[in-house]
Design a protein around this ligand. Sequence first.
Ligand SMILES: C[S@@+](CC[C@H](N)C(=O)[O-])C[C@H]1O[C@@H](n2cnc3c(N)ncnc32)[C@H](O)[C@@H]1O
Length: 467
Amino acid sequence: MNEQGLGADELRKLGLVRWKSGELELAILSFESALVLEPDNALIWEDLCGVQLASNNSERALASIGRSIAVDEQRPQSWLMLATVLDRMKDQDLAASAYRKTIVLDETIASAHFGLGIIHLRSGKPAQALQCLQQAVLHDPKNAIAHLCLGHACYATGDFAGTAKSFDAAIEFGPLDPDSALVRLKAMTFQAIIEGKLEEALANYSRLADPGDGPVDISQEAFALLNVHGYRDAARLVGQFRLRHHPNDVVQRYMNSAVAGEQLPTAPVDYVETHFDRLAPSFDRKLTESLQYRAPEIMAQMIALHRGGFDRILDLGCGTGLAAKPLSRFGGIAIGVDLSGSMLLQAEERRFYSELRKAEAVQFLATRPVSFDLIFAADVLVYVGDLSAFFSAVADAIVKDGILALSIETTAAANFELRPSGRFAHSVTYVETLASDHFEKLESTTATLRLEMRHPIEGAFMIFRKR
Ligand SMILES: C[S@@+](CC[C@H](N)C(=O)[O-])C[C@H]1O[C@@H](n2cnc3c(N)ncnc32)[C@H](O)[C@@H]1O
């Protein structure tokens, strides 16, 4: 069609027709011609952006939508388009800001809530995603994908009833994909357990999860998830059920005590050994990636502020040897001690430790009087409740002026407490008081130790010098 003699509005309409019929290049030409006539028409810049995006030209689309917003920054659709372009360009932070701006201008735009919710889901913030996706389905109840994503956000935040409800809403539009169907089944199982129908729920799951492949036991996952989401009564029931069926499971026995709120003096040796033997293959990836654990690096940096080198280092509860790299800056020889043989096998592969010992920390310390000028205890005292024996053993094993570096999970409770997670938390005052018999404090700082179900676990790093 000849474009000569057409006005901006007609050119725009022509562009829209061409876009609709898939003639993207011609549509771009029509919009560009319209903009020659009306360079300050925000709507046409927005159209041009849309068709450029459809032709996978994100850079040009970004420039066009920038022009649209420069002309009129009050158009929510332009901000939504900007967010979409930025999302496509994988600039999550700026895309999130543009979605937020869209919502400020018009809170009924469901796709802005949806886009923001997806960004939160992708970046591991299910609680924020949940809020956005609830708004998305409120303003557009016909968006099946929004219901589906809301179901996943509910599951990640431990709202099992909400999970089932959202997936049921999605099913109205078509069958669920296999992953979502399984999540729905789990959520219904966990919700039934919360409502007191434990055995029936486990049996139903076993029957429905994978009928071709024999019975499926979901009880371990149920215990962990119900516990971590704070459904303590339900977790306690599952824990008791599991122990009845696996009476020799030392991990379950200890975890049942922790969930029941029993206050033990320390974690039993057989628990620590079995738990970490099981965890060893996935430990490094899990801690450093999903749990964002950086205690060894932070502690080594704190030590370096006071001392540049050591002759004999003891890495207590060395685990897989995540501290090997940060400790290597200090020179000297290093000994690693741990209760878990599987963790030690991985530590060996780092070729850093001159000696690796499978032993209980306090018992090992008693065998090495006045032997170390650095004792390093990263994320191990969380498995020792009463620290009196630990401090006197460390005091005997360390040389005068030697450094003790440790991390703890902190609590406002007096002294220490065993948490439902199975880890102990200590009060800073308790640790400092015990340490003060033999050590002077050089430094202490509170910080996030790691994440647990994406929530920060608060702790402290402390550096002491032996008097
Ligand atoms: C959370 S991991 C930390 C490992 C390592 N320190 C790190 O920062 O990556 C705790 C380690 O302490 C060990 N552990 C716990 N209690 C212990 C004890 N009483 N004696 C020796 N090792 C212990 C466990 O076997 C496990 O490997």
